[in-house]
Design a protein. Structure first.
Length: 358
């Protein structure tokens, strides 16, 4: 530099305080593989003939999201099964604080109590109350950042739906790809607590329902029929929870001598019904409130019909070519055109089940 001349400020000098610079291009084989996996990700919902710049810019944005934040990018936490998560919560001491606040049944008074006792559903066997109460406690349990299991459940859901093998940052726009409404998925769990994640975990990891979960996720990325997958799942969890509270699932629970499996299968049955209605009747976001209200009525009046429909859907799906989970890499919708889920705010919910939607 010549004496007397001031050095021109580069772009690097203009970085605001507190904003971290992106890391330098990857130099290791692992980092290079991570970039390649992300750039080559196929995205359902976008036109097959989408231009290369559109696909490249979107995948570059995904890559930046993965490279940001607390060193999570590049790590590979183990996938968690639904059974793994349940075993954890059966011994989790922090659930005890919620047991005194749960509402496992609807309280009837006056003539309504008499009518319910005479003509209502059978009472649940007392031996099943502990398992039933666990479900309602989970609906009050919020996401805990310091719990490894909580984070692994969230990562597993993301990986199963998007096909990536690498962990993603705890916060970021990438969560909108699987249907959350913002940078932090935990803010969408106020409606059903951690139960809203566990039901989704069941759907995407269970061997019988995984292929159906991918079908539903693909439709959620459709160009015109798109909907936020995770928010829809939370709303359907709320419907299943209210049906359980109204004791409409007591009969199958008593017959099978279990509650949790009956509950998650019923949740899956509602989701499959909503998926079929949404797909074949060409529903869009504007129809979301109507579709969910009708699904709730059906769930409470004819739960057996929903279960039979689920079994038919699973049988039909088994006749198709199974998706290779390790190689499946669905396309994802561009975040800047992701519609916000609307039309569900007027559903009747209890205080611990309220879903706060944008």
């Amino acid at each position: 530099m010549r004496p007397g001349k001031r050095r021109r400020r580069s772009d690097k000098d203009n970085i605001p305080p507190g904003i971290r610079k992106l890391p330098s291009p990857p130099t290791t084989l692992e980092q290079a593989q991570m970039e390649w996996d992300l750039v080559e990700t196929v995205q359902p919902g976008l036109p097959i003939r989408a231009s290369f710049p559109t696909r490249f810019l979107f995948n570059k944005m995904l890559l930046i999201d993965f490279l940001k934040g607390s060193g999570q990018a590049g790590s590979r936490s183990p996938l968690i099964t639904f059974q793994d998560a349940i075993r954890h919560f059966q011994t989790a001491s922090y659930l005890e604080q919620h047991m005194s606040h749960i509402k496992p049944t609807v309280k009837h008074r006056g003539m309504a109590a008499v009518t319910h006792k005479l003509f209502g559903p059978p009472q649940m066997n007392s031996s099943l109350h502990l398992e039933r109460n666990l479900i309602f406690a989970l609906a009050l349990c919020m996401f805990k950042n310091d719990e490894t299991m909580h984070n692994q459940v969230l990562q597993t859901i993301y990986k199963k739906l998007t096909g990536t093998k690498l962990d993603c940052p705890r916060y970021g726009n990438h969560w909108e790809l699987i249907g959350f409404q913002g940078l932090d998925p935990a803010t969408d769990l106020r409606g059903c607590g951690f139960l809203g994640l566990l039901t989704t975990l069941y759907l995407v990891t269970d061997q019988r329902t995984h292929a159906l979960a991918l079908d539903i996720y693909k439709l959620s990325q459709h160009e015109t029929q798109n909907f936020p997958f995770s928010i829809m799942s939370i709303n359907i969890t709320r419907i299943a929870l209210q049906t359980l509270r109204e004791e409409k699932l007591n009969k199958p629970c008593n017959r099978r001598r279990q509650v949790l499996n009956v509950f998650v299968e019923f949740y899956a049955a509602i989701f499959v019904h909503v998926y079929q209605v949404w797909k074949h009747q060409h529903k869009t976001i504007s129809d979301s409130g109507f579709v969910l209200r009708e699904a709730e009525k059906l769930a409470k009046k004819r739960p057996r019909d929903l279960h039979r429909n689920l079994e038919r859907a699973l049988a039909d799906r088994q006749g198709l070519i199974k998706v290779d989970e390790d190689n499946f890499s669905p396309k994802a919708k561009q975040p800047d055109i992701l519609d916000k889920f609307a039309g569900v705010c007027d559903l009747q919910v209890d205080e611990e089940e309220e879903v706060h939607l944008v």
